[in-house]
Design a binder for this molecule. Structure first.
Ligand SMILES: Nc1nc2c(ncn2[C@@H]2O[C@H](COP(=O)(O)OP(=O)(O)OP(=O)(O)O)[C@@H](O)[C@H]2O)c(=O)[nH]1
Ligand SMILES: [Mg+2]
Length: 577
């Protein structure tokens, strides 16, 4: 269902028109009814002649409530711009039109209201004047429909125009990244906290765990215009019943999102289009209010790349908020100066997490710029930062060409320096390991990276041969490279027990000797007996018998060794060695 906001000067008949179209008086507050003036946002919906549904967000026209108007127009698809045919163009006609342009609206129709109070000649004049003032704006070619909420005259034409508007306004895009800027929060009897807003970017569904202004909450129920839904798509007015949060903890301007998809930010770069009606430049630094989504945020502005932005021109700015909010490039904002109570301008969010200092930053919407400024960015981070999901360059990262070349060079240098043993992968960080694995000229095996073509000669290491020759009285490891020693052990090319290194064959041999001993004397043998049988000193016999115990070949029972579960069987045919 398309969501359409009203706009226009105070008392020009916006709310009356919404009521005439929908049967619902959008002025729901007691004070609004008694004063005959809209203060806060109102909501109503109806079905158009074609059968299409339409939702209205009715905004106040009075300049004092401009912040509420701004809260209402973020997230809507189109507008119904209202001008009193008798009064004609007024200050908030102008200001609302500028704001609608700044928030990026591209579709709308114009209603020339209270047509019953003027004659045809005046009506025709006003129509010409309005058409003139819409020149160069998104409403330049919009239909202007004379209408009277009092007599009903022109309502059918207006409905037809709204139908055409709804047909020609593109549906809200589903990017799988829902965000709902909260415009109302209240406690509903029996169901706890309820928030409402216009959903954009993706679907929400009941029982979903979502983020509400930094709190993890569960959606207990989803409604749109009083109807419950299991799932609701973007472009709809939505009421969410939330579990896990008090209504006092949330406020207009907070957003409902899926936490992992966003990187809330308090500092972002943006374009700033300064209204040509502003009488002064926007200078280097200043304090303002930024209107983003449904929220109003105090903000400090720093102009980028130049000293000031002149009225009617567009520049770049860095904005600092006092809290972090879920933004994405392309989000629109409106800037107002609270002191002077004037709209300064607005623009596009360009970079939600700028990495360059303000003196160097030249932001734009390019995703490639985000990648090249970071060098390395995970696929998930990139999506959270830009809304765009890219294929990874390497493993789970998107990497700029330059950063990749630098990393490849660094890894090659380190691998080359490590020599024939190769480089222990544990010495590289996650990114470097991914680079090592990706390089054709580097072989990664057994936890080490070696240059391709350098044969793995570890199994011909001289110490293996020396141990083999040493048999049961092997030479010590003095002088053998520590790294090589560790790798030889890890690959089980040699065995270490109690600080003595053996060839694996020596252990196998002793295992057979033990098997024969126990075959002859199942009650067990002592270390001395083994030592005598093997004809070695205690220095070697003890580690050997300990190794047998460790392997489960023998088991210690008091002073003797008995058969363990892994004792080899004695081949009756073979003679003792
Ligand atoms: N005669 C006549 N009076 C109208 C018509 N539309 C609205 N009015 C009257 O104009 C006054 C203002 O109408 P609203 O609908 O409250 O105007 P609004 O634009 O919503 O005002 P704000 O929300 O405060 O900006 C009310 O007294 C209405 O009764 C119309 O078509 N004909
Ligand atoms: Mg009103």
């Amino acid at each position: 269902m398309r969501v359409v906001a009203t706009a226009g000067h105070v008392d020009h008949g916006k709310s009356s028109l919404v009521e005439a179209l929908t049967g619902t008086n959008p002025d729901r507050l007691e004070e609004e009814r008694s004063r005959g003036m809209t203060i806060d946002l109102g909501f109503a919906h109806t079905t158009l002649p074609s059968g299409a549904g339409i939702s209205f967000v009715d905004v106040p026209g009075h300049v004092r409530f401009l912040r509420n108007m701004l809260a209402g127009v973020g997230g809507v698809d189109a507008c119904m711009f209202v001008i009193d045919a008798g009064e004609g163009w007024k200050p908030q006609s102008e200001e609302h039109l500028r704001i609608l342009e700044l928030v990026g609206l591209a579709h709308g129709i114009v209603a020339l209201t209270k047509a019953d109070l003027v004659d045809d000649e005046w009506l025709a004049l006003q129509e010409l004047d309005v058409r003139d003032r819409l020149q160069g704006t998104f409403l330049a070619d919009a239909p202007i429909v004379p209408v009277s909420a009092a007599t009903g005259h022109g309502l059918d034409e207006l409905r037809t125009a709204l139908d055409e508007l709804v047909q020609s306004t593109p549906a809200s895009v589903d990017r799988g990244r829902p965000r709902l800027w909260i415009d109302r929060v209240f406690a509903a009897k029996g169901s706890g906290t309820v928030v409402t807003g216009t959903l954009t970017g993706g679907e929400l569904h009941a029982d979903q765990q979502v983020d509400a202004a930094g709190r993890s909450v569960r959606i207990r129920g989803v409604q749109s215009h009083g109807q419950s839904h299991a799932t609701i798509g973007p472009g709809n007015r939505v009421a969410l019943n939330l579990a896990g949060v008090d209504h006092g903890d949330l406020q207009r301007g907070d957003a409902i999102t899926i936490a992992r998809q966003w990187r809330p930010t308090a500092r972002f770069d943006a374009s700033l289009q300064v209204l040509h009606t502003l009488r002064h430049h926007v200078s280097r630094r200043g304090a303002y209010l930024a209107y983003i989504g449904s929220g109003e945020f105090p903000v400090k502005v720093r102009v980028l790349g130049t000293d000031a932005i002149a009225p009617g021109s567009t520049g770049l700015v860095r904005l600092h908020l006092s809290i972090a909010i879920a933004l994405q490039p392309g989000d629109r904002y409106v800037l107002r100066e609270s002191g002077r109570d004037e709209t300064v301008g607005g623009g596009d969010v360009l970079d939600v997490a700028p990495v360059l200092p303000a003196s160097k930053a030249r932001p734009d919407r390019s995703v490639d710029r985000v990648i090249s400024e970071r060098g390395w960015v995970s696929v998930d981070d990139l999506e959270a930062l830009t809304g765009e999901r890219r294929e990874p360059t390497i493993d789970r990262w998107v990497v700029s060409d330059e950063a990749l070349r630098t990393a490849e060079q660094a890894v090659r240098t380190r691998v080359d320096a490590a020599g024939e043993m190769g480089l222990d992968l544990a010495e590289l960080d996650e990114r470097q390991r991914a680079v090592a694995a990706s390089l054709d000229d580097i072989v990664v095996a057994s936890g080490r990276a070696r240059p391709m073509g350098s044969a793995d000669t570890l199994d011909q290491h001289p110490y293996i041969a020396a141990l083999h020759a040493g048999g049961l009285t092997p030479p010590s490891a003095d002088g053998v490279d520590k790294l090589a020693l560790r790798e030889l052990l890890r690959r089980r090319l040699i065995v270490e027990r109690d600080g003595i290194y053996f060839h694996p064959d020596a252990i196998d041999h002793v295992a057979m000797v033990a098997a024969r001993l126990l075959h002859d004397q199942p009650e067990g043998f002592t270390v001395s007996e083994l030592r005598d049988t093997l004809d070695v000193s205690r220095k070697y016999a003890l580690p050997l018998v300990n190794e047998l115990d460790a392997r489960g070949i023998t088991r210690r029972r008091g002073d003797v060794r008995v058969a363990g579960p892994r004792l080899p069987s004695v081949d009756a045919g073979s003679e003792p060695a």
